[in-house]
Design a binder for this molecule. Sequence first.
Ligand SMILES: NC(=O)c1ccc[n+]([C@@H]2O[C@H](COP(=O)([O-])OP(=O)(O)OC[C@H]3O[C@@H](n4cnc5c(N)ncnc54)[C@H](OP(=O)(O)O)[C@@H]3O)[C@@H](O)[C@H]2O)c1
Length: 266
Amino acid sequence: MKIAFIGGGVMGEAILSAVLSKGLSTAQTTFVSDVSEARRQYIEQKYCVGLTNDNWLAAERGDVVILAVKPQNLAQAMTDLNGRLKPGQLVLSIIAGARIETLCRGLNHNYVVRAMPNTPAQIGEGMTVWTATPAVTAEQKGWAAAILGALGNEIHVDDEKYIDMATAVSGSGPAYVFLFIESLVDAGVLIGLPRGMAQELALHTLLGSAHFLQKSGKTPAELRNMVTSPGGTTAEALFKFEKGGFTGLVIEAVLACYEKAKKLGG
Ligand SMILES: NC(=O)c1ccc[n+]([C@@H]2O[C@H](COP(=O)([O-])OP(=O)(O)OC[C@H]3O[C@@H](n4cnc5c(N)ncnc54)[C@H](OP(=O)(O)O)[C@@H]3O)[C@@H](O)[C@H]2O)c1
């Protein structure tokens, strides 16, 4: 498949690296456009793909054109491509908050996929939720699923409303998880653990618990109850979490993120 990238920054590179390593495209069939000369040099040296600073020059060569610029640079990128894309070229946008309607209008093009990946995509452990316009063919949906699947897990949804919801759970989710790990490490240090050891304990507890949940077939509540002995140490800690409003706070935070995502898109 011929793939063009508009923006070769952090996320653009994550997708580029994944599609090349999975053999979905080759260095000869991959083109990256980026305004930053330093970035172009870096990408060229590392991946040997075609580089340009002309968005249209890259886009016209792609079966799939991946939009991976920051939201504030989207208008310029769309102007560069407006009305020039051929019917059948698939545009795949990962730009947070950019609605399908905005993309179709700004590009004057109907073959559009909107996706919300997250940062673990950089190591192939991402979670991406995506949707497509009605014009997108089954074959093109297959391309999108393959590209996004190369970043980790992918879920297709028919309704765009789920993209804002996914932003609040999986898109921003890694930041919540990192905050929890940080807090657990700080707590470990407070009670006397060396920082490095606290970090290792916290990280492997999180990884182990996530894999355990995934493989056990049980719900989080069932697994939590299994480690909560009557009158025991875990029950003491969980009581403090509940007293401090932990569950309510997580829900409020996710709700705030969701509202912000809807506002940015609107
Ligand atoms: N990071 C995440 O976790 C995440 C998750 C989901 C979605 N996203 C979305 O992914 C997109 C890219 O994020 P990122 O973190 O990869 O950003 P980034 O590292 O800043 O990459 C964007 C690249 O595009 C270049 N650029 C700017 N204007 C351009 C233009 N008009 N034409 C071509 N290239 C242009 C930038 O150059 P300069 O630096 O010189 O401006 C930069 O090299 C964002 O829209 C974001 O919402 C990110």
